[in-house]
Design a binder for this molecule. Structure first.
Ligand code: OOG
Ligand code: MG
Length: 255
């Protein structure tokens, strides 16, 4: 591991903890892909040392809408901890974030430890449930701007998530209309097939990435497939509802 990894990891951990933006890493230090995942791991390790628990993973840039909004065109992954979880019909305190955005996601629940990359033929053996979800992304970088390596180092902007009701894994998620409603107005509309043609591909892709980057997907972990639409800035007072055809609603109030 390169010598600058630890200090950048600490800077990004502090930025998240204090809800204060920092300059993009790549403006002062050239980092490669492996460095950026090392920084992410070390940064999340600070949280685990403070008692947070790893509860799963997220994918990013699995849809065209997201790639185009942020100008990054490669699939990325980050870590979810228990402290990042908010609850359906619960509240989210705006003051804990820098410049938060929200986006609709599909979530998967892992039914047993995964120790190999899965395929379309065997992933169902490891799938415990599917649900609609919302992700709160809050880049720790000024102006929400980053390179591929910057965003990976910053845990792929992830800072919160809300899961709807877990449904049977046999429930299809392939072709579901999705709407993001903010204060009674539809802000984004999309379809789950915008996520790699089928969000199940994200689940499979995460098992490959876990092996490539030597991280473990365990029983009861949550995997977020990546947003189907662009993300939207949120403010205090917002009432947000994700509507997912066939799989229900996920709601959160920003205070
Ligand atoms: C990076 C995270 C991307 C998604 O669902 O595609 C992501 C960002 O947009 O800040 O979470
Ligand atoms: Mg996302």
């Amino acid at each position: 591991m390169k010598e600058y990894v630890q200090s950048i990891a600490k800077t990004l951990d502090n930025a998240a903890k204090e809800a204060t933006a920092v300059p993009q890493v790549s403006l002062s230090q050239t980092i490669d892909l492996q460095d950026s995942y090392d920084i992410q791991e070390q940064s999340i390790n600070h949280r685990l040392t403070r008692g947070e628990k790893l509860v799963g993973y997220k994918l990013g840039f699995t849809s065209k809408a997201k790639m185009e909004q942020m100008g990054v065109h490669e699939i990325i992954w980050g870590r979810l901890t228990d402290k990042m979880q908010y609850f359906h019909e619960g509240k989210l305190d705006r003051s804990h974030f820098i410049h938060p955005r929200i986006e609709p996601e599909i979530a998967f629940l892992v039914s047993k430890d995964i120790d190999q990359p899965l395929t379309r033929d065997n992933y169902m053996e490891y799938l415990g449930g599917v649900a609609g979800a919302l992700e709160i992304i809050d880049s720790r970088y000024e102006n929400f701007k980053f390179s591929l390596e910057d965003v990976i180092a910053d845990n792929c902007s992830s800072s919160g998530f809300v899961i709807g009701t877990w449904l049977d894994p046999l429930q299809t998620v392939q072709d579901l209309a999705i709407k993001l409603e903010i204060n009674g107005t539809v802000s984004q509309e999309g379809n789950s097939k915008a996520i790699l043609g089928n969000p199940m591909e994200s689940f499979i892709e995460m098992t490959r990435l876990a092996q490539k980057y030597n991280t473990k997907i365990k029983k009861d972990h949550i995997i977020l497939a990546g947003a189907a639409t662009s993300a939207v800035y949120i403010n205090s007072g917002d009432e947000i509802i994700g509507h997912f055809d066939q799989i229900g609603q996920v709601q959160i109030s920003v205070v």
